[in-house]
Design a protein around this ligand. Structure first.
Ligand code: NI
Length: 137
């Protein structure tokens, strides 16, 4: 484990009160853990702008009765197989499917794959969770 360093932070009383409220709402045990998460979140966002390898998850919801859509989504995933680590398909009900596509690669490529799938007419929901490989944070 890396060395832990203590440092002081000066900020306005009102801002600190708002931060403490936020910490309580989010169930953080203390300010340090909340600040650590904020710093890591910023570092992850930076990774996505720098072009280093990133990891994430694409979530899609669609109606599987739209057969053409199902085929197209499958074609796209095969075209980008080098970016896809795994796919999980959940049958939500008689019609709706939830698919989670776990991805790893260059940010631009991953976002390109996500946009291709989300932009499809019959996809009801699409989101990209920008995570990290964890190597540099
Ligand atoms: Ni299904």
């Amino acid at each position: 484990m890396s060395q832990v360093v203590r440092f002081g932070v000066s900020l306005e009383k009102e801002l600190l009160a708002r931060f403490d409220n936020l910490i309580e709402d989010k169930d953080y045990p203390n300010r340090s853990e909340a600040i650590r998460d904020l710093i890591r979140e910023t570092l992850v966002k930076k990774e996505w702008t720098k072009g280093r390898e990133v990891a994430g998850a694409i979530t899609l919801v669609y109606n599987h009765h739209k057969r053409e859509l199902v085929n197209k989504l499958m074609d796209i995933q095969h075209d980008f197989h080098q970016l896809i680590i795994s796919t999980q398909h959940i049958h939500l009900d008689h019609s709706n499917c939830l698919e989670i596509v776990v991805v790893r690669g260059k940010p631009g490529e991953v976002e390109g794959l996500f946009q291709k799938m989300r932009a499809m007419k019959e996809v009801k929901h699409g989101s990209l969770t920008m995570a990290t490989t964890g190597k540099s944070i």
